[in-house]
Write a protein that binds this ligand. Structure first.
Ligand SMILES: Cc1cc2nc3c(=O)[nH]c(=O)nc-3n(C[C@H](O)[C@H](O)[C@H](O)COP(=O)(O)OP(=O)(O)OC[C@H]3O[C@@H](n4cnc5c(N)ncnc54)[C@H](O)[C@@H]3O)c2cc1C
Length: 208
């Protein structure tokens, strides 16, 4: 544990977990009315070096800091992705930023998922709403190391079709032969030909 004095006088190496690294937004994409994707690159040119399931602290200068999961797989090199729901001070200010804007990144933090223990196993992912954000990192990691894992089944539930995240990726997962993908929405106001009901209604439809 670092003391206050060390924080003030220590070398940058020693204090690095407290100091945000400068980073740049290189791409944004509106995912839904509430969620926006940010592709971020560290100004140092280094990789973030995260494990699936880890998060970073995102800081906006003069506004504050918020923990956000890394949504891209570590197999994606050169940049990483954050998917952020606008709820309060930091996240709403982040939504106003676009390509070229600067932010601070601390981390990665957290244990991450036990990827090594999953090797050779069948995997069932159950994601509801924004819960897909951290799982997406692991799902794409697994797909990029497909031969290391057994059967891969992903269940995704959203409140309505308009709240589904990562539409392009979901389309690929639907068509994929590498995984089994099932989805549901709690309710719909328009055309929806797939499962209707909360995510647990998919459990009885899995073929084991
Ligand atoms: C490990 C971890 C990973 C996470 N990953 C993600 C992620 O990938 N994506 C994501 O979108 N979120 C993620 N979150 C949640 C995210 O960190 C929070 O949404 C974020 O910290 C909110 O910060 P903020 O400054 O925008 O909101 P704040 O301003 O702190 O507001 C937070 C909440 O309080 C309410 N509020 C604010 N001001 C007031 C007030 N004056 N009176 C009453 N209520 C008020 C807001 O409406 C909001 O609901 C994660 C959280 C953790 C702990």
């Amino acid at each position: 544990m670092m003391t206050a004095a060390q924080v003030q006088t220590g070398s940058l190496e020693q204090t690095s977990i407290f100091l945000p690294s400068l980073a740049e937004i290189v791409r944004t994409e509106v995912l839904t009315k509430m969620e926006k994707l940010f592709e971020v690159k560290l100004q140092s040119g280094k990789e973030l070096g995260h494990q699936p399931g880890q998060f970073v602290e995102v800081s906006l200068f003069g506004i504050g800091e918020a923990p956000i999961s890394v949504s891209s797989s570590p197999t994606k090199k050169g940049s990483f992705e954050l998917a952020v729901r606008a709820v309060g001070n930091v996240t709403k200010a982040l939504h106003n930023l676009d390509r070229g804007a600067s932010l601070g990144i601390r981390g990665p933090f957290g244990q991450g998922f036990p990827v090594e223990e999953m090797k050779g196993q069948d995997l069932l992912f159950v994601a509801g709403g924004i819960g897909l954000v951290p799982l997406r990192s692991l799902i794409n990691y697994v797909l990029d190391h497909r031969s290391n894992f057994g059967r891969v089944l992903v269940l995704f539930g959203a409140k309505t079709p308009a709240e589904q995240l990562f539409l392009d990726e979901l389309a690929k997962w639907r068509a994929s032969k590498e995984m089994e993908y099932r989805e549901t929405v709690d309710r719909t106001y328009g055309q929806w030909k797939l499962n209707l009901g909360v995510i647990t209604t998919l459990f009885t439809k899995i073929i084991v």
